[in-house]
Write a protein of this length. Structure first.
Length: 316
């Protein structure tokens, strides 16, 4: 591995004339692949069946397209609302809400620490009025919303729920996701508010609340993306993500929740690379491996009874 101060990567250093090529995880790319490179026996299973190596649904996207949403949110709630409405009018099938750093840290926009940060990396949401403005003219029973929010996730979801109530939309009909993945904040991003034990309790409290009141809501998006952006390999990304996922499930079990009550609403978020062949040697196998590993880990560890409870819900 290359570990010099000038070049800290997992893949070895190669020059333009070097015949060796590597993925960014350090896996060497061979000049040619044949059936002899396949494992023996090759046990992929069937799509939609345990351990989900070939996908979580039998017909996958031939039956239903994935939700297409663009990460958006900036400046004021009014300006973000204009962007959301534009995206929906031009083909987006869902919304992905970006929040500014003060909102992510639970701070009001007029707090002295927020000088220069309000509305920069996302929309500033301080009150119910801001959330109401952000979704003005957007029927919440017709659109799903992904919220990239962690430490104050419960508060932002409640504001969203109240806006839905004002629109006459029961909380049982709301669809979307709160990222709510606080463990990766301690490891990769740093946007945490509380000590880990209390923060994870808030995460699992949201599991319980949504099971009872917002049953179509994905309560957490367990994220590997941020680890990869921080410098880890594709293999490490899967490992860290699954480790965090196991920690959340165990915390929920310790809090007295039944795994089949909350596990079906756990989602995962991973990176995807841009080079097609490297993707075939890294991202695509990683996704299959992640699904298989998640299913294999959940069954014996967590005693998941329902088939979908051990099925990972990925996004990239």
């Amino acid at each position: 591995m290359a570990t010099t101060p000038e070049h800290r990567t997992i893949a070895p250093i190669t020059g333009p004339d070097d015949e060796h090529r590597f993925t960014d995880s350090g896996i060497e790319i061979e000049p040619l692949y044949t059936e002899q490179d396949l494992p023996d026996p090759l046990e992929l299973g069937e799509p939609g069946e345990y351990p989900y190596t070939r996908g979580v649904h039998r017909e996958m996207y031939r039956k239903q397209l994935w939700t297409m949403r663009q990460y958006a949110g900036y400046a004021s709630a009014k300006e973000s609302n204009e962007r959301y409405r534009y995206l929906l009018e031009h083909g987006s099938t869902g919304l992905s809400m970006a929040f500014d750093l003060p909102t992510q840290l639970g701070l009001d926009s007029d707090h002295p620490r927020c000088l220069g940060e309000v509305g920069r990396t996302g929309v500033a949401i301080d009150t119910i009025d801001d959330m109401r403005t952000a979704f003005d003219g957007i029927p919440l029973d017709k659109v799903s919303t992904s919220m990239t929010i962690n430490a104050p996730a419960a508060v932002l979801l409640l504001l969203y729920e109240l806006v839905g109530e004002e629109q006459g939309v029961p909380s049982e009909q709301l669809r979307g996701t709160t990222q709510n993945d606080i463990l990766k904040e301690y490891i990769a991003r740093g946007n945490f508010i509380y000590p880990p034990e209390g923060a994870v309790r808030l995460t699992t409290d949201l599991f319980a609340y949504c099971h009872e009141h917002v049953p179509r809501w994905n309560t957490i998006s367990i994220s590997g993306y941020h680890f990869r952006e921080k410098g880890c390999s594709a293999v490490q990304e899967v490992a860290f993500t699954l480790a965090n996922g196991i920690a959340y499930v165990q915390a929920a079990l310790d809090a007295g929740l039944e795994v089949d009550e909350f596990a079906p609403r756990l989602a995962f978020f991973s990176t995807d690379t841009t080079t097609s062949f490297r993707r075939s040697r890294s991202s695509a196998p990683r996704a299959g491996c992640g699904r298989r590993s998640c299913a294999s880990a959940s069954a014996p560890r967590m005693s998941a009874r329902g088939g979908f409870a051990s099925t990972p819900r990925p996004a990239a």
